[in-house]
Design a protein around this ligand. Structure first.
Ligand code: B1N
Length: 819
């Protein structure tokens, strides 16, 4: 059947009265509420359903268009999609924000307030998951057939509460009231196998064939979430898989008359998609995690191949029709899985199957930290995925044979590049598998890619010189500027027109405006309003008063030692000491804001949260620094909090140990919102400096190379301690309980890590130049015109950090789907 023309309930999305009719219809017929007796949440759901309706037809049109164009499809496989709230973003993307605002006013409601009732989809940890969400937005905006595949977690990122200064994790049941954006698809169901064993069966053609049998199976059920591009023309799809028990479990026990056992088993297998692992840049070698990885990979590949086979094409066409991007190694079991399907289920010969696989996959590496590189014990792999382990051995064998032929006699090389790590118990190195099984491997910033090629993957860069490419991360200007910072967005549009929303490089036109006093005043007024807004939120929620006229100095990101929140604190303490010593004349009043979650088992990171809160308390109670210094820890940092804070930031803290932050993306968000960065030469900070100009950024600290050299010569932590009195004082205050009189050695582990355990993150080495750099920040802030000028230039030169640019690069250089 073709879709009848008159199916549209809303014939004109600009027609307020038809929008209102649709809204009230939804409230009555979909929510089942009498308009005279409603709660705010009812209206939110009604509105979300109306918006989803508007998306749905465009979504079907997009799918039809792709089908007719026979366009090559891009699949983004990711364990994480940190989407955040969808209402405001969808309304702005389809261009109906103001219209719905009026409709709601008409029924006595405020759209912004209503939007706050939406639970956020926090299906990710941090940068990696948020990047995936930004890329989905850009894929749709660029009208590319790009689809996300991930896991439909019941519990996403935990919510963080602060009790007595400590982080307490609470589960966040975001699906409690249902998710109005998703379409459950009980008919899209795939069987995913686990365990069992492999048998070799004789084949008529004399070739060996393998069958994976006696498996324990789980079903994957699809949930579809529409992803609207800007302008509303294209709507793509994010498909998330939820685990459902297979009927086999039930039947087995039902037949034995054991009803309770049957239900118990059902719950157990459905646990698979229950919860997101809250570990950012660390690996937890847990069985459930490997099961999650294979679960969503297996379902996604079955789905991808089902669509591909619709036209009965030959598998050798797969790389022309399909590109699959692996977001880190988390989905890299897709490589042996595709091989298994081709070999065992379709009898494709090995060499053909391998050529297809390598040309289809590409892999993004997001970190060089050894603790984040995924390895799985061979034993666990064998237990859960015996056939995949066999295939991995065969991939490895063939690869190592080839390497042996190309580099004869180099046994060290063979050991280093092998997929199997033979030291410390046999383990499967997923990064090696991902590199060997992909045609392109990309790093996420220039430095990161260079380090990847010269350090951890040096051998692979020699073996596959053309495989490694650099694509610097990007952020979507729709959410991070147009939506989050309405004031600045309006000012920009009034100045250069609306084109920047889909062509962020146009911000460059603002550069000339930086020299105009009137524009600077308007820009300052926007920033000032944003700061006041944030101050009022902090007052309302945390009952803390902050001075909107003070410099807003902000570090918001996951809590991790390499991100060095502790270095920031050492500056705060030093500043406090200087103020108390009466040296306030050169210092501007500052509000230092922190926000971020620590992995629940990461003790050092959690202790830093406690230290921030203890320092905040001591400083907050000291009347001698009142009005001059304040420290605030914003609890439960998430996408919504980020959208509130980013527009108000003046100083963006990007102070990771050089060589350790692969890229960073918060750095880009703050720059485009008119903050000035204080940072190390790390990750994308280097490219930010290149774009905004070195006069418009504060750079300090050792470079990655300098740190490397320093470590080779022997790092002497104590020397930094004894050579700098202010550093010594700050450390002594922490270690002698100045901030923790109730428990003097509370922070001993932190101090020990710096002085006795080698200061792995070079906090002491960078302290002095950080403090000096912060002095420069104060000097500049006193000159408000010059500060504003530099802030404007940051906005003007941030266009390159749009995720549209990044996705275009993937399309051209990796997926071969040029736009
Ligand atoms: O990915 C971001 C980068 O901007 C950040 O610099 C980088 O730290 C981040 C295991 C990770 N790398 N690795 C992870 C997340 C979850 C997990 O279970 C590792 N996250 C990053 C985007 O490129």
């Amino acid at each position: 059947m073709t879709v009848p023309e008159d199916i549209y309930e809303i014939t004109n999305p600009k027609d307020i009265s038809s929008l209102k009719r649709a809204l009230v219809n939804r409230l009555i017929y979909s929510i089942g509420k009498d308009p005279v007796e409603t709660q705010e949440r009812d209206w939110f759901f009604a509105l979300a359903y109306v918006v989803r309706d508007l998306l749905t037809l465009r979504w079907m049109e997009s799918m039809r268009r792709y089908y007719l164009q026979d366009a090559k499809r891009v699949y983004y496989l990711s364990m994480e999609f940190l989407i955040g709230r969808a209402l405001g973003n969808s309304l702005l993307n389809i261009g109906c924000y103001d219209e719905f605002k009026l409709v709601l006013e008409d029924v006595g409601l405020d759209l912004e307030e209503l939007a706050e009732t939406e639970e956020e989809a926090a299906l990710g940890n941090g940068g990696l998951g948020r990047l995936a969400a930004c890329y989905l937005d850009s894929l749709a905006t660029l009208r590319l057939p790009g689809f996300g595949y991930g896991i439909h977690y019941d519990y996403g990122m935990f919510s963080q509460r602060i009790e007595d200064g400590y982080q307490i994790e609470h589960p966040e049941n975001w699906l409690r009231y249902g998710n109005p954006w998703e379409f459950p698809r009980p008919d899209v169901l795939y069987r995913v196998q686990f365990r069992g064993h492999v048998v070799e069966c004789p084949n008529a053609d004399g070739k060996r064939r393998y069958r994976w049998i006696d498996t324990e199976d789980v079903m994957a059920m699809a949930y579809d979430i529409p992803v609207p591009g800007y302008g509303g023309e294209t709507v793509n799809n994010l498909r998330l898989w939820a685990a459902k028990a297979s009927r086999d479990f039930e039947l087995k026990y039902f037949n034995e008359g054991n009803y309770i056992k049957a239900v118990e088993e059902k719950t157990q297998s459905e646990n698979l998609s229950k919860v997101l692992y809250p570990d950012d840049t660390t690996q937890m070698g847990r069985e459930l995690r490997l099961k999650q990885e294979y679960f969503f990979v297996s379902a996604s590949l079955q789905d991808i191949l089902k669509k591909f086979r619709i036209d009965q094409r030959d598998f050798s066409d797969l790389p022309q029709e399909v590109a699959i991007q692996l977001n880190d190694t988390h989905p890299s079991v897709a490589i042996p899985e595709l091989m298994r399907i081709l070999l065992d289920e379709h009898q494709v010969p090995w060499d053909d199957a391998w050529a297809i696989t390598v040309r289809t996959f590409s892999y993004t590496n997001h970190t060089l930290l050894p603790e984040a590189l995924e390895v799985w014990s061979v034993r666990l792999f064998e237990e859960l995925l015996p056939r995949h382990l066999q295939i991995i051995y065969e991939i490895n064998h063939r690869f190592l044979t080839e390497v042996g032929e190309r580099f004869p006699g180099d046994m060290g090389l063979i050991q280093r590049v092998s997929i199997i790590d033979e030291e410390r118990g046999k383990r499967v190195r997923m990064a090696h598998l991902a590199i060997i099984g992909s045609h392109k491997v990309n790093g996420v910033a220039a430095l990161h890619t260079r380090l990847m090629r010269t350090t951890i993957f040096r051998d692979f860069a020699r073996i596959f010189p053309d495989r490694f490419v650099s694509i610097t991360n990007g952020i979507t200007p729709r959410r991070w500027l147009n939506q989050a910072n309405r004031g600045l967005a309006k000012l920009i549009t009034e100045t250069i027109g609306p084109g920047w929303v889909t062509d962020l490089e146009r911000l460059r036109q603002l550069a000339a405006m930086a020299d105009e006093a009137e524009f600077r005043a308007r820009f300052r007024a926007v920033k000032s309003a944003n700061k006041q807004h944030l101050a009022s939120l902090i007052a309302k929620r945390l009952n803390i008063g902050i001075d909107p006229a003070s410099l807003f100095d902000v570090q918001i990101k996951r809590m991790h030692e390499y991100k060095r929140q502790l270095l920031n604190l050492l500056h705060v303490i030093t500043r406090y000491n200087r103020l108390r010593a009466g040296l306030s004349q050169d210092m501007v009043p500052r509000t230092v804001i922190f926000g971020g979650k620590a992995a629940p088992g990461y003790h050092a990171a959690k202790l830093v949260i406690k230290l921030i809160n203890d320092v905040s308390k001591v400083i907050g109670r000291d009347s001698t620094v009142a009005g001059l210094l304040k420290v605030v820890f914003v609890p439960d940092y998430n996408v919504s909090r980020a959208m509130e804070i980013m527009p108000a930031v003046e100083l963006s803290e990007q102070i990771s140990t050089a060589g350790m932050e692969a890229s960073g993306t918060g750095n880009m968000k703050m720059a485009v919102n008119g903050a000035i960065t204080i940072g190390t030469l790390d990750g994308a900070n280097i490219e930010i400096r290149e774009k905004v100009g070195e006069k418009n950024i504060f750079i300090f600290g050792h470079t990655a190379e300098q740190l490397d050299e320093m470590r080779r010569g022997g790092y002497d932590a104590w020397r930094f301690y004894y050579d700098n009195e202010e550093l010594k004082l700050a450390l002594d205050m922490i270690s002698t309980g100045y901030f923790s009189p109730d428990e003097q050695d509370r922070f001993k582990p932190l101090i020990d890590s710096l002085l006795r355990e080698g200061d792995r993150f070079a906090i002491l080495a960078d302290y002095e130049s950080y403090i000096a750099c912060q002095e420069e920040v104060d000097r500049l802030y006193l000159d408000s015109e010059t500060w504003t000028r530099k802030a404007i230039l940051n906005v003007a030169h941030s266009g390159w950090f749009s995720s549209d640019r990044a996705v275009r690069e993937y399309a051209e250089r990796i997926w071969n789907t040029p736009i």
